[in-house]
Design a binder for this molecule. Sequence first.
Ligand code: FES
Length: 98
Amino acid sequence: MSREENGQEVIVCRCRDVTEREVKEAIAEGYDTMELLKRKTMIGTGTCGGRTCLPIVQWILARETGRKIEEIRLPRERSPIVPMPLKFAAGEKVGDME
Ligand code: FES
């Protein structure tokens, strides 16, 4: 008996609390690319940046659609809309910016 059949949810994205069931439902609704799944379920948008969940969801998508995992492209990475000074990323407070 699988965990799903046993009534247990399998978390695939711990940052956004997305379960395997939610991913599979989204795929069944037609969200059949990683980019679409990311928009639908928010996978890959947590603090880890998808390091944990994207490979897992990539594997689920391949399995559910019968495609090879090499055919499943990861979502695009987007850089910040507004350029930020490097000192901001280094941890200086906003009030220190000049
Ligand atoms: S586990 Fe999905 S974004 Fe971190």
